[in-house]
Design a protein around this ligand. Structure first.
Ligand code: EPU
Length: 371
């Protein structure tokens, strides 16, 4: 019999507790074993009280937001999973304040409906608002760092709540000081948007082309949101897509991009481009983006495909496959286990390394397992 007897916990109306709960269904990949305890926190006060109590009792904890960037081991998690189910979204002029547990796309939808610009390119991204500063979520040329005003954290060392400004977070490409550590928990996210009904200037070629606009142009936010949602759905990069017959589209049972796009130093780049030419042909052009002084970001999806892992690899019937719409997403076809998913991830990583000498690094957080 599992019991979780923590002072102050039972008295907290905002928290619910279950023993031996399944975790797979709380992630977008839908893999992973159970946890010993699951505590669901519906308001920030309860969340803070629960995490403080668990920390004081020395219980291992796993904080779950939208579960869209998480790979949990088949053995599960031998501790308490804390589900952040806070959901408040508050708009005051151009200032937007979201509870960590608010669904990110609800936040975007609300701001777009209010005619606010700045996060419309981040439409359709699965997961919760609290996760966005942790890995500086980005898409179509925009990232959360562009609009972030303040983040409220729970310092789990001291138990104190405090606000920090973005400069303290060292936000970079899919990273910040909050990634891969659990001593600071995001409670609230505050963003400053634009109030004139127009989007941020378009920066992504594919999006601008779809909108029939030049790069740098600003368009009505709702038009940009609609177009981004269409682009993402076409790549399976939206949670819980359905096929025409109403059954789940397993291309959307993923953690989004499984690998970050590799950033290569100028010194290394010629060797990589040579390997690309040798393998794919002299005319091959791997998509490249500037990534700061002396560094270039390459497209992981392109490299994966040209290393021999096409869309849908390794084929129908496999429990874990690359998405049939985008090679950068690893997907669960319905009954995959974490072992199978990670086996595929290793095969892809090793194949790309052999073909091009580039090491792909996983983007999701791996719990109780590794690549
Ligand atoms: N490509 C292929 N094969 C594919 C998919 C893409 O060759 O199956 C090549 C194409 O040449 C394409 C290029 O890769 O032009 C780039 O593809 P895409 O525009 O889809 O962008 P991405 O680099 O694969 C990144 C983010 C996504 C984000 C999109 C759009 C990372 C790791 N991924 O993907 O973010 O939605 O750009 O901005 O930075 C996520 O992080 O989970 C995520 C989905």
């Amino acid at each position: 019999m599992h019991t979780l007897d923590l002072p102050g916990l039972a008295a907290d109306a905002g928290a619910g507790h279950a023993a031996g709960a399944a975790l797979a269904g709380l992630t977008t990949l839908r893999v992973g074993g159970p946890c010993a305890h699951l505590v669901t926190c519906a308001d920030t006060g309860a969340l803070v009280a629960v995490v403080r109590a668990l920390d004081a009792a020395g219980v291992r904890t796993l904080v779950l937001g939208g579960g869209s960037n998480l790979v949990i081991a088949d053995a599960g998690f031998d501790g308490a999973a804390v589900r952040v189910a806070t959901a408040g979204i508050d708009i005051d002029g151009t200032l937007v304040r979201a509870d960590a547990g608010a669904l990110w796309d609800d936040v975007v939808a609300r701001t777009v409906a209010a005619g606010l610009g700045g996060i419309e390119c981040l439409s359709g991204i699965p997961g919760s608002a609290g996760a966005t500063p942790v890995q500086n979520v980005g898409a179509y040329g925009a990232e959360v760092a562009d609009v972030l005003e303040r983040v409220e954290l729970l310092d789990r060392g001291t138990g104190e709540r405090h606000w920090v400004t973005p400069d303290a977070l060292e936000l970079g490409y899919r990273t910040s000081v909050l990634k891969h550590r659990d001593d600071a928990l995001v409670l609230t996210v505050e963003m400053r948007l634009r109030g004139d009904g127009l989007s941020a200037p378009l920066r992504y070629g594919e999006l601008a082309a779809r909108l029939g606009a030049e790069a740098g142009v600003r368009l009505p936010v709702d038009e940009v949101r609609r177009t981004v949602l269409g682009l993402r759905a076409g790549k399976g990069m939206v949670a819980d897509l359905r096929l025409d017959d109403g059954t789940p589209d397993h291309d959307s049972w993923s953690a989004g991009s499984f690998f970050t796009n590799p950033v290569v130093d100028d010194a290394r780049l010629p060797a990589v481009l040579e390997a690309v030419a040798a393998r794919v042909g002299a005319d091959a052009r791997v998509p490249q983006y500037p990534a700061g002084e002396g560094r270039t970001k390459l497209s992981a999806g392109w490299l994966i495909e040209r290393a021999g892992f096409g869309k849908g690899y390794p084929g129908a019937g496999a429990p874990a496959r690359l998405s049939t719409k985008h090679t950068l997403a690893l997907t669960n076809r319905g009954a995959a286990r974490t072992t199978e998913l990670l086996g595929l991830a290793r095969e892809v990583r090793d194949g790309v390394r052999e073909a091009f000498g580039v090491l792909l690094v996983p983007e999701p957080v791996l719990v109780g397992c590794e690549l």
